[in-house]
Ligand binder design. Structure first.
Ligand code: GTP
Length: 139
């Protein structure tokens, strides 16, 4: 009986070198498992998605690496915790051959964060016939 296990290849999406280094890490994984009957499940994890605006490793490049090697694909932020739990949950489910249910999968939807802008409140002068609507904002 062989226990199946997982390997997480983690890189920083803002650092190309960290992605390129994974080639060596994956070679080391393969070498360590060449005589083994069971192969580990390998997951490619792009970290620091809170720094999306500083991304240097394109999603395409990430996906290609996954497809070429049959890795599962994940994006997380260790800083904010975004998708970290889900990443481990998906990997564990894959290893055990369990399908996640809809509620579990829905967690994968990215939380879009937006800061609330505090506009300086202009004192509203009371007109005799105030307009019904003084402001319209489209977001
Ligand atoms: N913005 C952001 N910074 C992160 C995130 N994860 C890690 N960092 C920062 O990246 C830097 C490196 O993190 P480490 O945990 O030391 O990374 P490591 O690869 O384990 O580094 P070594 O221990 O030196 O091998 C630290 O300054 C972390 O605070 C993330 O998701 N977002």
């Amino acid at each position: 009986f062989h226990v199946k296990y997982g390997i997480l290849l983690v890189y920083d999406i803002t650092n190309c070198q960290s992605f390129e280094n994974l080639e060596d890490w994956y070679n080391a994984v393969r070498k360590a498992n060449e005589d083994s009957e069971t192969q580990p499940l390998v997951a490619l994890v792009g970290n620091k998605i809170d720094l999306e605006h500083m991304r240097t490793v394109k999603v395409d490049r990430h996906q290609r690496f996954c497809q070429e090697n049959n890795f599962s694909s994940h994006f997380v932020s260790a800083k904010t915790g975004d998708s970290v739990f889900l990443c481990f949950q998906r990997i564990a489910a894959d290893i055990l051959g369990i399908k996640l249910n809809k509620a579990e999968m829905e967690q994968s939807q990215r939380v879009v964060k937006a800061d609330i802008v505090n506009y300086i409140q202009e004192p509203v002068s009371r007109a005799v016939n105030p307009p019904r609507s003084s402001m319209c904002a489209v977001q």
